[in-house]
Design a protein around this ligand. Structure first.
Ligand SMILES: C[S@@+](CC[C@H](N)C(=O)[O-])C[C@H]1O[C@@H](n2cnc3c(N)ncnc32)[C@H](O)[C@@H]1O
Length: 239
């Protein structure tokens, strides 16, 4: 296996540049690859994320690391009338979402999850899909989400995680390290970018560690559920 394309010794800025550059390259085939990689399951997880965000018509929702906006779209399906803001620092991902969801009442904005351009207590909910694994400082990302939430507001995060070893572990490893990069190369010509997925998953926090980080950021009523043989986790908490 090739080394992680985002080596740890890089500075935060150059690692962010590398993440942005990688998502710029995968943007054209992003949804198709997502669908293939998750065997079409990601739609169900997105429904669960939005359900756990406890939105009401008029709720202000921040979809952070929104990419092409699939969580925002799901939020509007489940709660028409919520006020959805999709933020990301990779413009080609946002532009693709904007074209795909033209006519949807979503506000699209460029922003860095580590320095959110909002005053304290701006949103009823902050959701993210596959963002936290990619940020260079998870604690700062959680602190920012906490800061911009209103008291009582919900944060919900969907991401990949390393599961405890179980019967499925060898198959999951083969899938992550072998099948996904090959699929990425065939579908998008970006095998390297899709080698980053297992590398970043293996470098990411265990589910219990993320719970501890959320608590350290100030969240309470924290819990999580795992999905897809323990490879996916949905975490939530309240301000
Ligand atoms: C795997 S994609 C997920 C997109 C979408 N949330 C979804 O569920 O399909 C991760 C996104 O996070 C964005 N991202 C990574 N680090 C970020 C940061 N520090 N600030 C804003 N966006 C970031 C990337 O640009 C990318 O669009």
């Amino acid at each position: 296996m090739k080394p992680n394309p985002l080596p740890a010794e890089q500075t935060h800025e150059s690692r962010e540049d590398a993440v942005r550059e990688m998502f710029t390259r995968v943007a054209p085939h992003y949804e198709l690859m997502n669908w293939l990689m998750t065997a079409g399951q990601d739609g169900r997880w997105r429904q669960e994320v939005i359900q756990r965000a406890e939105l009401r018509p008029g709720s202000r929702l921040l979809d952070l690391g929104a990419g092409t906006g699939d969580l925002s779209r799901q939020a509007l399906r489940q709660t028409p009338g919520c006020l959805t803001l999709a933020g990301d620092f990779t413009i080609p991902m946002l532009s693709k979402g904007q074209r795909k969801l033209a006519g949807s009442p979503i506000t699209w904005a460029a922003m860095n999850a580590l320095r959110l351009p909002f005053p304290d207590a701006s949103f009823e909910a902050v959701v993210s899909g596959f963002l936290l694994r990619n940020v260079v400082d998870v604690q700062q990302a959680l602190r920012e989400q906490y800061r911009v939430l209103k008291p009582g507001g919900r944060m919900v995060a969907l991401d990949t995680k390393i599961g405890k070893a179980n019967l499925y572990s060898p198959f999951v490893r083969i899938y992550l390290r072998g099948v996904i990069p090959i699929m990425g190369r065939l579908v998008s010509g970006q095998g390297d970018a899709y080698r980053y997925l297992p590398a970043s998953t293996q470098g990411f926090l265990r589910a219990e560690e993320l719970v501890a980080r959320m608590a350290a950021a100030g969240f309470r009523q924290i819990d999580y559920r795992v999905r897809m043989f323990g490879v996916i986790a949905i975490h939530w908490g309240r301000k």
